[in-house]
Write a protein that binds this ligand. Structure first.
Ligand SMILES: NC(=O)C[C@H]([NH3+])C(=O)NS(=O)(=O)OC[C@H]1O[C@@H](n2cnc3c(N)ncnc32)[C@H](O)[C@@H]1O
Ligand SMILES: [Mg+2]
Length: 434
């Protein structure tokens, strides 16, 4: 790799030093016998100044024609100048053009382009500073999660993606040919994590999950990254405590390490700073009462969708839990509430500012017969879950777990207007290219 100075390293303190930059043209402006060429790399942007009387006519003419995203290597001297971004610029002595670009399909301000154009050219859009900032925030959230999980005794495992059964309902399965049989793309690693707890007790995984959701909403992808935990001996209240501690650590650590990137997307950091345990907890019953008091047309037993959750989040300035959902709107594996058989021991974590559900979790049904009954009630065949039911035959224990949608968390942290911007190459019902 060539010896180079990164853009973020070009500071007034380097005044007078010779540096080599390698990057891409971000903007190109000629003023008389000077060209102000802004060069971008993975760390930021630096203003370079190309003077005709320094580089000569031929190079100057070449520099004039450099369009955005031309790849270049420049060598020159750092000059402190508070007018330049970062307080310093580079006066170019040598310019090497790796590849000149005349016309880049994405406008200098990508926000002026239509979402469809940006998505058609997503392979070029991802190099822009704001998309790079989103990916740095996403990686930092996951780095923080790994940090916390390791420190708190959770074991990472690597579940399969090719599976034979539904976890979250058969309607959203992607089916594929598997030799002479059929298989599905995993909707959630949960059932495999449940198998893993009998050896490792506290397990987690980060996997892609797939949902053939036809709903074209701002918070659904057909492929998303899914951070899932499963803990033996834990009940719903235990796992909710794990969730709030994990999410708080992820958000605070990311605020600490990526404040500059976050501030590219939101001015007000209050809800992020408020993200500290304990989170508020309301029951599903209370949630229905709140929504009805706000004029929402909803009855007990109804599911809460994005619109209802949006209204509910107006009551909170930090993430919060809704627990105790009606059994008929939740998944087969959830444990019935012994206090109220109409309900299950499930809790969702909702993000404020209209974002809604970021985590779905529950205590699992650990009784063999009850689980078989629930599978049948849901219209599924217990034979398809024979291995999963075995877990209730050989040393079953109380256990709970949850799944966090990584892109949903990123969308809230950065207040993105659509979840698709939180992933490198979004997959939705209308898009699988590029
Ligand atoms: N291990 C578990 O207990 C997880 C459990 N089996 C599960 O999949 N729950 S979930 O369907 O609510 O999905 C979990 C989270 O996964 C996210 N999720 C769920 N579906 C999507 C789609 N389609 N797009 C983006 N994100 C999605 C969202 O944040 C949900 O709260
Ligand atoms: Mg859910």
């Amino acid at each position: 790799m060539i010896e180079k100075t990164y853009c973020e390293e070009v500071k007034p303190e380097l005044d007078g030093q010779k540096v080599r930059l390698a990057g891409w043209v971000y903007s190109n402006m000629r003023v008389g016998k000077k060209i102000f060429l802004w060069i971008r790399d993975s760390t930021g942007i630096v203003q370079t100044v190309i003077a005709k009387n320094v580089v000569g006519d031929e190079v100057f003419e070449k520099a004039k024609k450099l369009g955005r995203e031309s790849s270049v290597i420049v060598e020159g001297i750092v000059k402190a100048d508070e007018r330049a971004p970062g307080g310093a610029e580079v006066h170019v002595e040598k310019l090497e053009v790796i590849q000149a670009v005349s016309e880049f399909p994405i406008p200098e301000n990508p926000e002026q382009a239509s979402p469809e154009l940006l998505l058609d050219y997503r392979h070029l859009h991802i190099r822009t500073p704001k998309v790079s900032a989103i990916m740095k925030v996403k990686e930092t959230l996951i780095m923080a999660a790994r940090d916390w999980l390791l420190k708190n005794g959770w074991h990472e495992v690597f579940p399969p993606i090719l599976v034979t059964g539904a976890v979250e309902g058969g309607a959203t399965l992607f089916k594929l040919k598997y030799f002479d049989k059929y298989a599905y793309l995993s909707q959630s690693a949960q059932l495999y994590l449940e198998a893993a707890i009998f050896g490792l007790e506290k397990v987690w995984s980060l996997t892609p999950s797939f949902r053939a959701e036809k709903s074209r909403t701002r918070r659904h992808l057909t492929e998303f990254w899914h951070l899932e935990l499963e803990g033996a001996w834990m009940d719903l209240w235990d796992i909710m405590k794990v969730e709030e501690e994990l999410v708080s650590y992820m958000v605070q650590r990311t605020l600490e390490l990526r404040k500059k990137e976050i501030e590219m997307f939101r001015d007000d950091l209050t809800t992020l700073k408020n993200t500290e345990p304990p989170f508020p907890r309301i029951s599903y019953d209370e949630a229905i009462e709140i929504l009805q008091s706000k004029g929402v047309n909803i009855e007990w037993g109804d599911d809460m969708g994005a619109d209802e959750e949006r209204v509910l989040t107006e009551e909170f300035d930090r993430p919060f839990f809704v627990y105790g959902y009606p059994k008929h709107i939740k998944a087969f594996y959830m444990k019935e509430d012994p206090q109220d058989p109409r309900k299950v021991l499930a809790a969702d974590m909702l993000a404020p500012e209209g974002y809604g559900e970021i985590i779905g979790g529950s205590e699992r049904e650990d009784n063999y017969d009850k689980l078989v009954q629930r599978i049948i009630e849901e219209g599924m065949d217990p034979k398809d879950y024979e291995w999963y039911l075995d877990l209730r035959k050989y040393g079953s224990v109380p256990h709970s777990g949850f799944g966090l949608g990584v892109e949903r968390l990123v969308a809230w942290v950065l207040k993105l207007d659509h979840i698709r911007w939180a992933t490198l190459f979004p997959r939705t019902p209308a898009r699988i290219y590029p």
